[in-house]
Design a protein around this ligand. Sequence first.
Ligand SMILES: [Zn+2]
Length: 124
Amino acid sequence: MSNYNWCHGPNCHTRETSSRVRGSGDNKVLRTRKVNTKHYWRSGQGSWSYFCDDTCMRDYLEKYILAIIAIAPRREALETPIKVEKEKYESYRYQHNGTDYQRVPYQATRTKIRRNDRVDNDNG
Ligand SMILES: [Zn+2]
């Protein structure tokens, strides 16, 4: 198996960078860049195995987005069952008393969203 893919960016070979220049003398070209699939953060089948940078990935998505969406179209919203809990806790704010700022405690409220499909040991 090869250690690289050609970048799939549709405009990769037109971008004017020295990393794309190949050939000699009067026979120079801008060439699609190779993507090293053995590089630690490009390993596996992830999207970064196919694009040399985010510009090329974005160009690809812009050009082929309708075809990609057709593979797995979303025709209705998905939902994740949750519980929403309000929790009171002690907090503080700073209040100016004319000459200085003073730390003033107050009862604050935070909202916790818990997914029903996760085991909750209440460890934070
Ligand atoms: Zn590219």
